[in-house]
Ligand binder design. Structure first.
Ligand SMILES: CC(C)(COP(=O)(O)OP(=O)(O)OC[C@H]1O[C@@H](n2cnc3c(N)ncnc32)[C@H](O)[C@@H]1OP(=O)(O)O)[C@@H](O)C(=O)NCCC(=O)NCCS
Length: 189
C-alpha cells in the first residue's frame, strides 16, 4: 500500500467498519512504519482498472505478528480476495521470522472467523468489550507459524476446518484498553 491508496482505502474503511473506522491519520502512521526494516507491512488488492477493492496490514515486532486489519469491498467479497490478502500477511510474517500470528475479530463476525479458521487460526481468548463504542467482545485467534506451512498451495486455504481444540480463555482485558503495542485505535483484524 502506498500513500495514494489511503483515500480509496478510507472510503472502504468507512463502509466496512462504520462503527470504528480508522482515520486517515491512522493509515498515515501505519504506512510510516511500512518501510524496509519497519514494523508494518500493508498490501492492497487493485482491479486491472486501478480500483482498490481490498487491503490488509501486518504488524511484526519482536517475533510476534499481528493482523492489524483486513477488508474486502462488499462487491468483491466471496471471490477469494480475503484469502489472498491473508496469504500475503501470513507469508510476510513467516518471512520476518514471526513465531505466531495473532488477531482480534468481533465475536459476531463469523464470516471472518471462518476465513481465519481455514488458515489454521485457533481461538485463544476473549477480550471483553474490546470494540468500542458498541462494547462488542473480541475473539483472539492465533496461528502457530512454527508448526509448519500455514498457507496452502494456490493461496486458497483448505475448506475442511479443524474444530477448535479448546474453548476460548477469557483474557478479561478492560473494555477501553487495547493492547499497548497497538496504536490507540482498535485493530480490525
Ligand atoms: C472477512 C473478509 C475480509 C473476507 O473476505 P472475502 O474476500 O469475502 O474472503 P474470501 O472470498 O477469501 O472467502 C470468503 C468466502 O467466499 C468463499 N469463496 C472464496 N473464493 C470463492 C470463489 N471463487 N467463488 C465463490 N466463493 C468463494 C469462501 O469459501 C468463503 O466462504 P464462507 O464465507 O462461506 O466461508 C470480508 O468478508 C470483509 O471484508 N468483511 C468486512 C470487514 C471485516 O469484517 N474484516 C475482518 C475484520 S477482523
Amino acid at each position: 500500500m502506498r500513500w495514494w491508496h489511503i483515500a480509496p482505502v478510507l472510503a472502504l474503511e468507512l463502509e466496512l467498519f462504520p462503527e470504528d473506522a480508522w482515520s486517515a491519520g491512522m493509515f498515515w502512521s501505519e504506512l510510516a512504519e511500512a518501510h524496509p526494516g519497519g514494523t508494518r507491512h500493508y498490501t492492497v488488492a487493485v482491479t486491472p482498472d486501478g480500483a482498490v477493492v481490498g487491503y490488509a496490514g501486518l504488524m511484526a515486532v519482536g517475533g510476534d505478528g499481528d493482523v492489524q486489519t483486513i477488508a474486502v469491498d462488499g462487491r468483491h467479497q466471496g471471490t477469494g480476495l480475503g484469502a489472498a490478502l491473508l496469504t500475503d500477511l501470513v507469508r510476510e510474517a513467516a518471512r520476518r521470522g514471526c513465531a505466531d500470528l495473532l488477531l482480534e475479530v468481533r465475536v459476531d463476525n463469523t464470516r471472518a472467523q471462518r476465513l481465519y479458521e481455514r488458515f489454521g487460526f485457533e481461538p485463544v481468548g476473549i477480550r471483553r468489550g474490546y470494540y468500542q463504542p458498541a462494547g462488542i467482545d473480541a475473539l483472539v485467534m492465533r496461528l502457530d507459524l512454527a508448526a509448519g506451512p500455514a498457507v496452502p498451495a494456490g493461496q486458497v486455504a483448505p475448506a475442511d476446518l479443524a474444530a477448535p481444540a479448546a474453548a476460548p480463555e477469557d483474557l478479561d482485558e478492560p473494555a477501553d484498553h487495547p493492547r499497548p503495542d497497538v496504536k490507540k485505535d482498535t485493530p480490525h483484524g
